[in-house]
Design a binder for this molecule. Structure first.
Ligand code: HEM
Length: 530
């Protein structure tokens, strides 16, 4: 280079050398991280797992349908597998024996929840039930649910509410299905699941025509927007797996900011509902219990217990129940109807059972369900092949322990792959065939006792709303089949109905199920004006 030339060359070499320093440091850091991870692995007897990449660990091996990717990996690495998702130890359990060890034998250790930005920001996990770690607060919330909200008395109290709402849904479907209109079943069932749960929580519906119990337009719209926003954000928060992103205040895709904003909106929406109920109960001296909010407010004012529910806890609980209770039941119904359209012989058999037990002269009611053995088997078979929470809700262990002789460090995130177990050909004959008869030939309940079938989980964290969810699904299915005929749009054969999956909050169909609906004679008995 000529003397006196502009010092751009020096600048270049400066930036080159600083770039080299950064790259060297980065690679050095990676090498140290890798060596530490390997040493850590060697010094502890961790469960097997695939080779990992520095920093991201095994994140790149998970597709959007994580339950399927994990099922594939466990076929190679076994039923107890350890993954490194970013910087998080993650235990994946995929056999009945291992599930039993985690959810029964060591339930006292594994019944906690990992902390997560989604839980912290959105679910108020220090105040809620679903995402709360295993502690006295969780026990208090769980007891409140079990002893006050989901008792058989309370479930029975809301029977009429569920019946009327289901009549309205079926009536709407028949109306809209007139003149050969093709119906989007996913949309109908999601609206139905949501209406049922909001009727139980705060005696209001948010979809359908205006009636005295349907929320005012503005309120309904606001709630629709909130729920739509929630499901569209997605549940993958990168900072959960790569905590250094959070330390550097990097919010990839702005997901955390969106959750924060949405949480504030949700909060004020539910706070207003609580205030309206309080007004009704105390100003108008109305002490009649009409919904869950009434129950929770009366517990709060009772003050029998030294520990009393706060407004924040009530809001967190309502939010949990809305999120955990609506799409789970709705998607179960969509999967059942998909399987019935793919398997006309099952549909015919189910209809024959309904005609034999109930007939067409009166409408089915919840008390009939115990006598509908095949219908119950159909629901079980759909929950076997399409569990709404295919990895349950993540568990976590409160102290270090061992599983199948392998070390599991404290605070490991645990995925129990119920989807893989319920489709395992070594556990179930013709595992991928939709065959409800298997549940008539073999008695398997919902309590998850033998760990071959546990779509609601098992142990301390088993679904708290199981009975209510099952009633919604079974009764809706019974009324639909009793009063409607279903057929596929012209040119479509049963084998054309796919079962491709998509996964948001719960396991749903990738594309909506579209069918034709026409009335059977019992439909004349439905009164949609009640
Ligand atoms: C077909 C319907 C449903 C299915 C398949 C289902 C499934 C599940 C599963 C798998 C879990 C996690 C269990 C675990 O962590 O091991 C769960 C938890 C939970 N479910 Fe459900 N659920 C359904 C309906 C409902 C309904 C209707 C409600 C309430 C209205 C509800 C409220 C909850 C709550 C609050 C939890 C958290 C319990 C805790 O962490 O202690 N679920 N459910």
């Amino acid at each position: 280079m000529e003397e006196g030339a502009p010092d751009g060359g020096d600048g270049d070499s400066y930036s080159l050398s600083s770039a080299l320093i950064v790259v060297t440091c980065f690679l050095g850091g990676l090498a140290v991280a890798l060596a530490c991870t390997r040493r850590g692995r060697r010094s502890r007897n961790l469960p097997p797992g695939p080779p990992s990449l520095p920093l991201i660990g095994h994140l790149h091996l998970l597709s959007r349908l994580a339950h399927q990717s994990l099922a594939d990996l466990s076929r190679k690495y076994g039923p107890v597998m350890m993954l490194q998702l970013g910087s998080l130890n993650t235990l994946v359990v995929s056999s009945p024996d291992m599930a039993k060890d985690v959810l029964k034998t060591q339930d006292h250790l594994f019944a906690s929840r990992p902390s997560s930005p989604l839980g912290d920001i959105f679910m108020h996990s220090s105040n809620d039930l679903l995402m709360a770690p295993l502690n006295d607060h969780w026990l208090f919330m769980r007891r409140t649910c079990v002893m006050e909200l989901f008792t058989s008395k309370r479930v029975a109290q809301f029977e009429e509410r569920r019946r009327i709402e289901t009549w309205r849904t079926v009536g709407r479907m028949l109306d809209e299905g007139r003149e050969g209109n093709v119906l989007d079943i996913d949309r109908r069932m999601k609206e139905h699941g949501f209406n049922i749960i909001t009727q139980e929580l705060f005696k209001k519906s948010f979809h359908g025509q205006r009636t005295p119990t349907i929320a005012a337009d503005g309120e309904a719209l606001e709630f629709h927007d909130l729920m739509k926003e929630f499901t569209s954000i997605g549940f993958f928060v990168p900072g959960e797996f790569l905590p250094w992103l959070r330390k550097l205040r990097i919010d990839v895709g702005g997901v955390e900011a969106k959750l924060q904003k949405l949480s504030v909106k949700f909060d004020s929406f539910l706070r207003k509902i609580i205030e309206d109920h309080r007004h009704k109960m105390f100003i108008r001296q109305n002490t009649e219990i009409e919904d869950f909010v009434d129950v929770l407010l009366s517990l709060q004012s009772d003050n029998r217990d030294a520990k009393c529910l706060t407004d924040d806890q009530i809001i967190a609980l309502l939010q949990n129940l809305l999120i955990a209770g609506s799409d789970t039941a709705a998607n179960t119904l969509v999967w059942i109807l998909s399987e019935l359209m793919r398997n006309p012989e099952v549909r015919d058999k189910l209809r024959r059972e309904l005609d034999d037990v109930v007939g067409q002269e009166r409408l089915v009611h919840e008390a009939d369900l115990v006598n509908l053995e095949y219908l119950q088997a159909v629901v079980k078979e759909a929950l076997r092949l399409h569990p709404p929470a295919p990895l349950l809700v993540p568990h976590s262990n409160v102290s270090a322990t061992t599983v199948a002789g392998y070390d599991v460090p404290v605070d490991t995130r645990v995925f129990v792959n119920v989807y893989a177990i319920q489709r395992d050909p070594t556990v179930w004959e013709n595992a991928l065939k939709f065959d409800p008869q298997r549940f008539i030939d073999r008695s398997v309940g919902y309590q998850g006792q033998d760990f071959v079938f546990f779509p609601f989980g098992s142990g301390r964290r088993i679904c708290v709303g199981m009975n209510m969810g099952l009633l919604t699904v079974e009764f809706t299915l019974a009324l639909l089949l009793q009063t409607c005929d279903f057929s596929l749009p012209e040119g479509m054969a049963p084998q054309d109905v796919d079962v491709d999956e998509s996964h948001g909050a719960t396991l749903s169909r990738m594309r909506p199920l579209k069918v034709l609906v026409s009335p059977r004679s019992a439909s004349k008995l439905i009164n949609t004006n009640s």
